[in-house]
Design a protein around this ligand. Structure first.
Ligand code: NAI
Length: 246
């Protein structure tokens, strides 16, 4: 029997889509998972059941990560319940797409608050734990929109580009503490966020690999970064986009 203690991963936005796929993949790799979601606790519970069936501990938490104090509280609860936190996956994200000439202030603020500040809050509250543990792995889910820009997504692209600067700074700052911080930039992945896309969409034809990505494609890259294979990688941005942003 493997007596080594299982690692603990916190995954924001773990109730569905890419976050749910990441949770299942990490569970498959023998990592305990704490899932945070803003809505649909039921959906997160179902993901937890799948993870438990793979033999790990899994718990769901409702929290608005955009609120500094709420994020602090949920990190505290997870640490008390699981004993520690070894891995943080900042995956929660929203979009409020609109052309810049018509974009409302609230559309801009809401997207920055969840996608960028939310990641800052989680990193801020997990870092003291990583420093005490003399190690940790952070993976932030950005987007190719953060690399290339995208018409109608000024707010979203700004938040996702911001995540890259945040990640590289954190990577430099915490490298001496054996904490890595990397970014994954997915392209078009089939989830609720992209449900208006279908395979006939001309955008799909412009993807070199000629298909939308699956949540599992992103999860596989996350699993690599948090595995021993990712130990010497920090401050990196990995595109999982079928080649669209090359
Ligand atoms: P989704 O819309 O299916 O799921 C989003 C998750 O985030 C949900 O679990 C939701 O509960 C959670 N969430 C939203 N706001 C929150 C808040 N304030 N506090 C806590 N949790 C919150 O999204 P999807 O498609 O799975 O995307 C996941 C991440 O990947 C997002 O950051 C998204 O921007 C990014 N991404 C997605 C792409 C796609 O094509 N689907 C492409 C590139 C990036």
């Amino acid at each position: 029997m493997d007596m080594e203690k299982r690692r603990v991963a916190v995954i924001t936005g773990g109730s569905r889509g890419i976050g749910a796929a990441i949770a299942r993949q990490l569970a498959k790799d023998g990592i305990d998972v704490a899932l945070i979601c803003s809505s649909s606790r039921e959906a997160a519970e179902a993901v937890c059941q799948d993870c438990r069936a793979l033999g790990v501990r899994a718990e769901a938490y409702s929290c608005d990560i955009g609120a500094f104090a709420d994020a602090k509280q949920v990190v505290k609860e997870i640490k008390e319940a699981f004993g520690t936190i070894d891995i943080l996956i900042n995956n929660a994200g929203i979009n409020r797409d609109q052309l810049i000439a018509m974009m409302k202030e609230a559309d801009f603020d809401d997207v920055i608050r969840t996608n960028l500040k939310g990641a800052f809050h989680m990193i801020r509250h997990c870092t003291p734990i990583f420093i005490r543990n003399r190690g940790g792995k952070i993976v932030n889910i950005s987007s190719v929109a953060g690399l290339m820009g995208n018409a109608g997504q000024a707010n979203y692209a700004a938040s996702k580009a911001g995540l890259i600067g945040l990640s590289k700074s954190v990577a430099r700052e915490l490298a001496g503490k054996n904490v890595t911080c990397n970014v994954i930039a997915p392209g078009f992945i089939a989830t609720d966020m992209t449900k208006e896309f279908d395979s006939d969409n001309p955008l799909v034809a412009s993807i070199p690999l000629k298909r939308m990505g699956r949540p599992e494609d992103v999860a596989a890259a996350v699993a690599f970064l948090v595995s021993a294979g990712g130990d010497y990688i920090t401050g990196e941005v990995i595109r999982v986009d079928g080649g669209i942003a090359m």
